[in-house]
Design a binder for this molecule. Structure first.
Ligand code: C2O
Ligand code: CU
Length: 471
């Protein structure tokens, strides 16, 4: 979209000025026309004329979606698309979302990562009543942080997210503009049977719940193994979210390196370079990538516990072809990095959380925290202004992407020192049989706040809890 506007501006510049800007100073538009059309996202339509208010309509409904040429499947959608429409706002904007539920069951929308009031957070019974079939709810909040966020239901989450209900939410800050072409990449998967019909979300029983059900069809912006065509040497800024309900996305691209400049809660103070990139369910990354040759973005099996890598091969998930354009000679891209202060943990309240599993008297699997499933667990108490250090211990044979609603935290190492580079996150991996620590300060937004494993099968089986934040 950005590309089209830049292309439209250039001829205009040339016609009204003798000295058009040299190509190296063009902010964008270096890619061939239509380079990313195959994975174009639907954008939410803003019906509010006020430039500081984004007002959109989201209707959850079952609709046919084309996941690859000629392959159309019925999925659960927002406004008929998977992913749902991209909501694009500026830092500080007010966002109003008119949600209507046309699904055969109740739903809600949770705004993953956004620091909004608890009543807008989309957790049934705690933030709002569930929205039943035919019902409506209006979300209304201000977005105070720049970054890539996302939205998804918080009712029967494993099933509904797995069926296609998720979408990106980009909050832009003009100060973070980069001289690179932008791509928003939503990674996910879906489980389809041999007739291309959505599989039962309980298929495979307790063992599949423990493993965390992955879909058998990987989707990149809702497409199975799509292809984009780029110009060699032209830098790209990828904003990526893992919206899958269980799958870890560990990816590489044709021997190139990824430069990560931002994570869940926005920019980092310094970049992280690597030839592979890991995004666990719920996480986001802002990444610079400059394709020099054609190749495949590859999913690589990642060890997230028993059975996650055995007999599995890497899979090509996005083809990147090169156009015949002359390679672009890019100036080094120098994004403005963030200043992040380490969170002071003086006088912080320690909280111990152990991620557990067991069986109920009927012999059925229950997952939980500190030995009890969410429906039996007392809330953690916190006061506005309080800092807590949570020690999250994983006592089982599968990894857990641990997510806290509504607040960013910093990760601490075993000596309670902040992990470098400092970062604001809302989701971190707690690997098999290991312990992670986070420091969180609860700001002026009292209410009930949820935390849980973002392998949504685990969450639904009881691995969730609540913080009761009081003034
Ligand atoms: Cu994406 Cu309860 O979270
Ligand atoms: Cu888990």
């Amino acid at each position: 979209m950005r590309l089209i506007s830049a292309a439209a501006v250039v001829p205009l510049l040339i016609s009204c000025s003798e000295s058009a800007a040299p190509p190296s100073q063009e902010p964008s538009g270096r890619q061939p026309a239509g380079w990313s059309d195959a994975i174009a996202l639907v954008e939410a339509e803003d019906s509010n004329p006020n430039p500081d208010i984004v007002e959109v309509q989201l209707t959850a409904k079952i609709a046919p979606v084309e996941i690859s040429a000629g392959r159309v499947v019925d999925l659960w959608t927002y406004n008929g698309s998977v992913p749902g429409p991209l909501i694009r706002a500026k830092k500080g904007d007010r966002v109003i979302v008119h949600f209507e539920n046309q699904l055969p069951e109740a739903s809600t929308i949770h705004w993953h990562g956004l620091r909004i009031p608890a009543e807008m957070d989309g957790v049934p019974h705690h933030s709002q009543p569930e929205v039943s079939t035919g019902g409506q709810f209006t979300y209304d909040f201000v977005v105070s942080d720049a970054g890539l966020f996302w939205y998804h239901p918080h009712f029967s989450s494993a099933a509904q997210v797995g069926f296609g209900l998720y979408a990106p939410f980009l909050v832009e800050d003009p100060a973070e503009t980069i001289d690179a072409d932008e791509l928003i990449v939503v990674l996910s998967d879906v489980e389809l049977d041999e007739d291309d019909v959505l599989s039962e979300p309980t298929e495979g029983g307790d063992l599949a719940t423990l493993f965390g059900r992955e879909g058998n069809v990987v989707l990149v912006n809702g497409k199975n193994h799509p292809k984009i065509t780029v110009r060699a040497g032209a830098p790209q800024r990828w904003r990526i979210v893992n919206a899958a309900k269980s799958r870890y996305f560990y990816v590489d691209f044709a021997g190139h390196s990824f430069r990560t400049i931002g994570v869940d809660g926005g920019r980092l103070p310094s970049a992280i370079d690597g030839d592979k990139l890991l995004l666990i369910p719920g996480q986001r990354a802002e990444v610079l990538l400059t394709p020099q040759r054609a190749g495949e973005l590859r999913w690589i099996p990642y060890d997230r516990g028993y059975g996650s890598t055995e007999f599995r091969d890497p899979e090509n998930i996005l083809t990147v072809a090169l156009s015949s354009d002359e390679p672009f000679v890019a100036q080094p891209v120098e994004p403005k990095m963030a200043i992040i202060e380490p969170r002071s943990i003086e006088n912080a309240t320690p909280v111990q959380l152990t991620l557990t599993r067991g069986t109920n008297p009927e012999g059925k699997l229950v997952m939980g925290i500190n030995g009890v499933p969410s429906w039996e667990a007392p809330p953690i108490h916190a006061r506005v202004g309080e800092t807590q250090v949570w020690t999250v211990e994983n006592a089982i044979e599968w990894s857990h992407p641990f997510h806290l609603h509504g607040f960013f935290f910093q990760e601490l190492d075993d000596n309670f020192q902040p992990v470098q580079p400092l970062a604001w996150r809302d989701t971190i991996d707690v690997p098999v049989m290991s312990t992670r620590r986070i420091a969180v300060r609860f700001d002026e937004r009292p209410g009930m706040w949820m935390f849980h494993c973002h392998v949504l099968d685990h969450a639904d089986a009881g691995m969730m809890g609540m913080v009761h934040l009081t003034p």
